[in-house]
Design a protein around this ligand. Structure first.
Ligand code: TXA
Ligand code: MG
Length: 321
């Protein structure tokens, strides 16, 4: 059941006292807290077990609110905001002094995003301050795409969960830097080509493993991330068939066409189109993780197109342990 006005009032009360509220978005659920309250932001890092060097995205409900958290809002920022907000795009810009250093991992830039979900836009608007919002999962684990996923990780007294139904895109926002580049720091459903078209100049594509001054540019890009507890391996269909014949240790395979699997193995059938695959991916990884298998085999998806590229990026990180 979607949250209504009563839950919204409870969520606001939590935020006003520095508490944490999980909010729905079109990408994944976020772990929200008052972005301008350092004590509240610290709680987010602690609860996630997140390294304090990994900056948080600041979520806003309008372009005006976005302007208030950056020190220079350029014409290009406006062009991107008008084309893609509310939506799955995070824009990295120089931060305003009022944004606590803790939010930005001590760095001079801030990632800003206006999420496309009516409950969350209403929440931010009513609260009046922007919200930090990392994905609402313990650091390094699979991102949540339902309210139930969030409740499985955190207690109700730690995190108040607003239920907005399953996330429609299912994969985290594209992060684009307008400070260094312009360049895509994390791939998502919005491609470098779409960004280039709007800006009228080239936006550099995501380069895996890009590192500046020893710090991962977008620390969510650390090799091991988005991981279930069960080991994950990417494999071609023929390798999966061979592996399931060979091993007696129970394995579960995420495949894109139906597959008969011998006991004791299991298969989860994944959608064959990129947008539906993305929407289903994290829930399927969670289901696979609950199969008590010793290995999750994932059929290697195609890499053509921005969404498949973003899917592959997440799966490779899930597989890297
Ligand atoms: O779709 C999303 O972006 C979701 C929803 C809840 O909005 N949020 C999300 O947050 O994925 P998180 O914290 O799980 O991932 C944020 C990513 C990380 O890779 C982080 O390093 C990067 O954005 N990031 C945040 N601020 C940054 C900055 N100032 N410079 C570079 N990268 C930044
Ligand atoms: Mg995350």
């Amino acid at each position: 059941m979607s949250s209504g006005p009563e839950e919204l009032a409870d969520a606001l009360a939590r935020l006003r006292t520095g508490g944490l509220v999980a909010f729905p978005s079109e990408t994944v659920y976020g772990l929200g807290a008052d972005a301008l309250n350092p004590a509240a932001v610290r709680r987010v890092f602690e609860l996630k077990g997140r390294p304090v060097t990994n900056p948080l995205i600041v979520h806003v409900s309008s372009e005006a609110m976005a302007r208030s958290v950056v020190s220079s809002w350029t014409a290009e920022s406006s062009e991107l905001a008008r084309a893609f907000w509310p939506g799955p795009l995070t824009i990295v810009l120089p931060k305003a002094p009022k944004v606590p250093d803790l939010v930005t991992g001590g760095g001079p830039t801030v990632g800003v995003r206006c999420p496309n979900h009516h409950i969350t836009l209403t929440l931010i608007e009513a609260f009046g301050n922007p919200l930090v919002g990392p994905s609402a999962n313990p650091s390094g684990r699979v991102s949540p795409t339902t309210a139930q996923h969030v409740r499985a990780s955190f207690d109700e007294d730690q995190v108040f969960v607003l239920d907005g139904g399953p996330c429609l895109a299912g994969i985290e926002s594209t992060v684009v830097s307008l400070v260094d580049g312009p360049r895509v720091l994390r791939p998502g459903v919005i491609s470098a080509e779409q960004l280039s078209e709007v800006l009228g100049r080239k936006v550099g594509p995501h380069t895996p493993g890009h590192v500046t001054e020893g710090i991962a540019q977008s620390p969510g890009q650390l090799a091991s991330h988005y991981a279930p507890r069960t080991p994950v391996r990417l494999a071609d269909r023929s390798e999966i068939v061979a592996e399931l014949r060979r091993t007696i240790d129970p394995a579960v395979a995420l495949v894109m066409r139906p597959m008969q699997v011998p006991t004791p193995h299991a298969a989860i059938l994944m959608p064959a189109t990129a947008d539906t695959y993305a929407a289903r991916m994290y829930a399927a990884l969670r289901e696979a993780d609950e199969c008590n298998a010793t290995l999750i085999l994932v059929e290697r998806p195609p890499e053509a197109g921005a969404i498949w590229e973003a899917i592959s990026d997440r799966l490779k990180r899930a597989a890297h342990s």
